[in-house]
Design a protein around this ligand. Structure first.
Ligand code: ADP
Ligand code: MG
Length: 379
């Protein structure tokens, strides 16, 4: 029997002897009878371990946290001068992730995003700076990607999820109706003097879905929150395949982030690795989340141009960008665009690099920028 494996409460950081056991707890659920069932976007089952480590010529305390948020395994690593600092940084990062997950979950009727969606076509709503800034970021990347990234795909996402459940494709009429709700230029999102935002979706039925940007944005926000505490040396936050890393100037070690082989998701085979001191890396692919209609496997990413799931243009896209929401939105846009247009998008986006993987039969074909190759250290 595993001792003390009750799920720890949302904000409790608990030091545990074995990180492996803690992760098993995260994956296995381990819900105690007195704990509420995990909401899909809750930052839950946090376990933290600390150890002394020498990095280059520096002695530091390393803190590792494993948790679940936005239906995704999260991982957080902090190096700091001592344990108290590491713990403070970890707590700040986890609090920020939880705050974002709660605000942006469109499947939780009490989230701010749900309130905005419910008010579509009606009066404007005042929301937190968190929600407002995330929507502003999404609008920016919609524009920068010429609409390949479009957070108003919400109704199309629902339509294709229902199609997968029913096993039949949506009707043309339903598809057309959902496609008529994609006009991001009509969205109102204005900052107010106090830092909050006023937001309005102008057409009834419009639904914002920030799933294409939320994890990358949250990873960066979490790192920023950790940095605002007492001077951590170096921080990594990974939410599934979406990560941000940061290190203070002169920190002797870079972070290594793996890119998984998109053909072999079950065993998590590493295709290649990149090294980075600062910035965000996001991988988008169909290996974890996908829809199935009539035995056909369909992407969970919608092409706003056709209103249909993107099919097979790319098996995976990994994007590096200084900003987490940017890396995430660009990776989603690349999946929509396919290799050539994706490379063109990255080329015209300052600070962006990437590796696109397409399939030729069973073989992977690589399409990458020079900057990506420069960060790559191989498998
Ligand atoms: P993952 O969630 O697997 O990391 P992505 O970052 O690529 O993958 O985001 C996919 C999610 O983004 C979908 O589940 C959906 O909620 C939303 N989405 C789908 N198509 C688009 C699109 N063209 N633009 C913006 N968001 C999208
Ligand atoms: Mg994305």
């Amino acid at each position: 029997m595993m001792p003390a494996m009750r799920r720890v409460s949302r904000w409790t950081i608990r030091s545990m002897a074995a990180a492996a056991m803690a992760l098993a707890c995260v994956l296995g659920g381990c819900g105690g009878a007195d704990e509420p069932a995990a909401a899909p976007y809750a930052t839950d089952a946090v376990s933290v371990t600390f150890r002394q480590e020498t990095v280059g010529d520096r002695a530091a305390v390393r803190g590792d946290a494993d948790f679940v948020t936005m239906s995704t395994e999260g991982r957080l690593v902090v190096y700091a001068a001592d344990r108290a600092r590491a713990e403070t940084a970890i707590r700040a990062a986890l609090d920020r992730v939880a705050e974002i997950a709660a605000a942006l979950n469109r499947y939780d009727p009490s989230s701010e995003l749900s309130a905005i969606n419910a008010a579509a076509g009606g009066a404007p709503l005042e929301v937190s700076s968190t929600t407002g800034r995330a929507i502003e970021a999404a609008r920016h990347w919609w524009q920068a990607s010429d609409g390949a990234f479009n957070p108003l795909v919400g109704p199309l996402v629902v339509l294709w999820k229902e199609a997968a459940r029913a096993g039949v494709e949506p009707s043309d009429e339903a598809g057309e109706a959902a496609r008529a709700l994609l006009d991001m230029s009509a969205l109102d999102c204005e900052p107010l003097a106090d830092g909050r935002y006023r937001v309005r979706l102008p057409q009834a039925g419009m639904q914002l879905d920030l799933g294409g940007l939320a994890k990358g944005w949250a990873a960066e926000e979490a790192v920023a929150a950790a940095r605002r505490t007492e001077d951590p040396h170096s921080v990594l936050v990974m939410l599934g395949g979406d990560g941000t890393v940061w290190s203070e100037p002169g920190w002797p070690r870079k972070w290594t982030v793996a890119v998984q082989d998109p053909r072999d998701a079950g065993s998590r085979t590493v295709l290649t690795k990149i090294e980075l001191a600062n910035g965000s890396v996001v991988t988008s692919g169909d290996y974890y989340r996908y829809l199935e209609v009539n035995g056909r496997r369909l992407s969970h990413i919608i092409d706003p141009g056709t209103g249909r799931p993107t099919t097979g243009r790319l098996a995976g896209a990994t994007v590096i960008h200084p900003d987490g929401g940017g890396a995430d939105a660009l990776a989603t846009a690349c999946m929509v665009l396919g290799p050539d247009e994706a490379l063109a998008l990255l080329a015209r986006t300052a600070g962006a690099d990437g590796l696109m993987l397409s399939l030729s039969g069973e073989a992977l074909v690589r399409h990458e920028t020079a900057g990506f190759a420069a960060c790559e250290i191989g498998p």
